[in-house]
Design a protein around this ligand. Structure first.
Ligand SMILES: [Zn+2]
Length: 86
């Protein structure tokens, strides 16, 4: 499309390819930065984000929402504070 609009522009394909690559990298970095900093590294219920800090062992069910904690990936380590969109 760019080459059709500006047929005399040298290396139009290279320019377009690099533009798309830089845009994709910038988008990935923005998504990575949006994750935000760590708030803590405690165990949390993945469903309701309840903090399991202070429990000697992972309980069979979440004290807050009752979700089964024995399922794989029911517990996550750490919590991040998401940054808002611009
Ligand atoms: Zn829960």
């Amino acid at each position: 499309m760019f080459a059709q609009i500006y047929p005399d522009f040298p290396h139009a394909t290279l320019f377009l390819t690099l533009s798309i690559a830089f845009f994709a990298i910038a988008l990935l970095l923005a998504l990575f930065a949006r994750r935000g900093p760590w708030v803590d590294r405690h165990l949390h219920c993945r469903k309701c984000r309840y903090d399991l800090f202070g429990h000697p062992d992972v309980p069979p069910a979440c004290p807050e929402c009752g979700c089964a904690m024995t399922k794989p990936k029911a517990v996550r380590t750490g919590l991040r504070k998401k940054r808002p969109l611009l």
